[in-house]
Design a protein around this ligand. Structure first.
Ligand code: HEC
Ligand code: HEC
Length: 213
C-alpha cells in the first residue's frame, strides 16, 4: 500500500524564495579560521569542503540547503537540538555568521568517497526508504526527503551521501529526546516507531547514494 504525502512538495512551493544576503567570503573565513570570539574553525571537523568525517560522526554539510543548515545552527543555540560539541560553537555565532557559513557550505561539492555498506543491510534499508513500513505506520523516507534522498527545499534535508553513523545518531537523538527541533515532530514519531535493525539499514542505504552535488 502506498499513501501519497504532499507535505514536501507543498513546503517546497511555499519556501522557495530566499533572499539571504549571505557573505560567502565571511563564511569561508569562519570555516577556515573560526574567529576570536570562541568559534573553532569548522574545517577541523567538517573538512573545508564540507565532506565531514564518517568515522568520527561529523556530518557532511556540502551541498545541503543553506536555510536548513542555518536553522540547525539556530536550534543548537536555542537548545532544541543538544550536542556538547556544536552548542558552544553555535552560541558564539551571530545570526549573520550563521547565514554566511551556511551559504558557504551549501555551495560546496561533496568529495568524500561513498561508503558502501553491507549489501543485505542496504537492500533492507532501500525497502524502508522507498516504501516505508506500513505495519509500523512509517511512511517512505523519500516521500519527504525527495527522490533518492536528495532533499526538498529548506525543510527536508538531503540524506544521500550523508554518513551512516551520523544518520543513525540523529534517529537515536529523536528517540531519546536530545533532538526536538523538527516541525510538527515529523521525525520524532517516525524515529520512535523504527526497529533498531531498520535504523542501521536505512542509514547504510542513504550513505551509499550519490549526493546531488
Ligand atoms: C570539534 C568538531 C566540530 C567543529 C569544530 C564544528 N562542528 Fe559542526 N558538528 C559537529 C558534530 C559532532 C555534529 C553532529 C552533532 C549531532 O550529532 O547532533 C555537527 C553538526 C553540525 C551541523 C548540523 C548538520 C545537519 O545536517 O543537521 C551544522 C549545520 C554544523 N555542525 C555546522 C558547523 C559550523 C558552521 C562550524 C564552524 C563555525 C562547525 N559546525 C564546527 C562537530 C563540529
Ligand atoms: C513526514 C515527513 C518526513 C518523513 C516521512 C521522513 N522525514 Fe526525516 N526529516 C523530516 C524533517 C522535517 C526533517 C528536518 C528536521 C529539522 O528541521 O531539524 C528531517 C530530518 C531527518 C534527518 C536529519 C538530517 C540531518 O542532516 O541532520 C534524518 C537522519 C532523517 N530525517 C531520516 C529519515 C529517515 C531515515 C526516514 C524514513 C524512515 C525519514 N527521515 C522520513 C521529515 C520527514
Amino acid at each position: 500500500m502506498t499513501k501519497p504525502i504532499g507535505i514536501a512538495g507543498l513546503c517546497f512551493g511555499l519556501l522557495a524564495v530566499s533572499a539571504s544576503g549571505a557573505n560567502l567570503n565571511a563564511g569561508k573565513t569562519l570555516v577556515l579560521k573560526g574567529n576570536d570570539r570562541g568559534v573553532a574553525a569548522c574545517q577541523t571537523c567538517h573538512v573545508s569542503d564540507g565532506s565531514g568525517n564518517a568515522a568520527a560522526g561529523f556530518p557532511r554539510l556540502a551541498g545541503i540547503n543553506s536555510e536548513y543548515l542555518a536553522k540547525q545552527l539556530h536550534d543548537f543555540k536555542n537548545g532544541t537540538r543538544n550536542d556538547p560539541v556544536m552548542q558552544p560553537i553555535a552560541k558564539a555565532l551571530s545570526d549573520a555568521d550563521m547565514t554566511d557559513v551556511a551559504a558557504y557550505f551549501a555551495a560546496q561539492r561533496f568529495t568524500a568517497a561513498l561508503t558502501m555498506g553491507d549489501a543485505v543491510l542496504v537492500v533492507r534499508g532501500e525497502r524502508l526508504a522507498l516504501s516505508g513500513l506500513w505495519d509500523k505506520d512509517i511512511p517512505a523516507c523519500i516521500s519527504c526527503h525527495g527522490s533518492v534522498g536528495r532533499g526538498v527545499g529548506a525543510h527536508f534535508p538531503a540524506l544521500a551521501g550523508q554518513h551512516a553513523s551520523y544518520i543513525a545518531k540523529q534517529i537515536n537523538a529523536w528517540r531519546d529526546g536530545t533532538r526536538a527541533n523538527d516541525p510538527q515532530a515529523l521525525m520524532k514519531g517516525i524515529a520512535m516507531r523504527m526497529p533498531a535493525a531498520d535504523i542501521a539499514a536505512v542509514s547504510a542505504y542513504f550513505a551509499s547514494l550519490a549526493p546531488a552535488k
